[in-house]
Design a protein around this ligand. Structure first.
Ligand SMILES: O=C(O)C(=O)C[C@]1(C(=O)O)C=C[C@@H](O)C=C1
Length: 287
């Protein structure tokens, strides 16, 4: 049987608790106003920066600068707000700063469902993200100016040639400029992607470069590695493909390696083409 006490409305909070709640909400409102003022002020500064940029299609996307901003904030971050939430807030701010500076849209080769999500989390929830059926179509969209960024899966050993987009990347016209996600809680294997844009990336101070190597001679992995190390370009990772007597390798090396780098001239290959570089991603728990 239900007693009268069970059905009675819960007693009103004591006036002191009500007052404390109202005071805290008042403080939140004041902080929200300050945050809002600062975000609006930041957008004004970005608009001045965009207006002062040399005219003629300078890219509104500076992934190296974005990485420097996020690394600095992660370094000073503390307290209850998870670092991942802070990064998400700033990714939205940075993406809208790029969008404010001109049309900004992303073409994703969605080999798996993670790619569009990665693109959206990195380039912002307001940025148009179009899924393309092939990597070549995503790159063509960027090449024609229909989209500003292509998001492509990380190359894998033994993937079908039509998926190995790095083999035909038209560098230096198009280059890899970022690796997504920039921040993740753990260092374990996660879905990742590269972002490709027209023109060169901007250095962030801690970067890795991609090089496409081509040679008609069938050198093995140890010889390729040795040749790279001798030139001062020992790779962290290297993918090798052998197609019709031609060896193509994708080497990932520390630091910035761009066109004209003297180390490239020292390589005993038919071709060594820099495909761009990207800010080394931050991982919350390296353990
Ligand atoms: O620093 C720049 O060049 C900017 O355009 C500003 C800004 C920003 O909002 O901080 C905007 C977009 C870029 O991708 C990087 C930085």
């Amino acid at each position: 049987m239900t007693s009268a006490a069970d059905t009675a409305p819960s007693p009103a909070s004591p006036p002191a608790a009500e007052a404390a709640l109202a005071a805290l909400r008042g403080e939140i409102d004041r902080l929200d106003d300050q945050l809002h003022d600062l975000v609006m002020r930041r957008a004004e500064v970005v608009a001045s920066l965009a207006a002062s940029r040399v005219k003629g299609g300078a890219s509104p996307l500076r992934p190296g600068r974005e990485a420097m901003i996020l690394r600095r904030l992660l370094h000073r971050h503390h307290g209850d707000l998870p670092p991942g939430a802070m990064v998400r807030l700033w990714r939205e701010i940075l993406a809208s700063s790029s969008a404010m500076q001109g049309g900004f849209s992303v073409a994703v080769y969605a080999r798996d469902p993670d790619q569009p999500r990665l693109a959206r989390e990195h380039f912002g929830s307001m940025t148009p993200v179009r899924s393309m059926p092939t990597a070549a179509q995503a790159l063509a969209a960027v090449g024609s100016g229909e989209a500003q960024v292509a998001v492509l899966p990380l190359p894998e050993e033994g993937e079908p040639p039509e998926q190995a987009w790095w083999m035909g990347l038209d560098a230096p016209r198009l280059q890899v400029v970022a690796r997504l996600p920039f921040w993740a809680a753990h260092a374990e294997t996660l879905p990742e992607a590269f972002a490709v844009t027209p023109g060169a990336p901007d250095p962030s101070g801690a970067d890795r470069s991609l090089l496409r190597l081509e040679l008609a001679k069938d050198l093995g992995r140890p010889q390729l590695l040795a040749a790279l190390a001798t030139a001062g370009l020992a790779p962290r990772t290297m993918l090798i493909r052998r197609d019709g007597g031609v060896v193509r390798a994708l080497a990932e090396v520390d630091g910035v390696v761009a066109e004209g780098d003297p180390r490239l001239a020292a390589l005993p290959f038919d071709r060594a083409l820099p495909l761009g570089f990207y800010a080394v991603p931050e991982r919350g728990n390296q353990g």
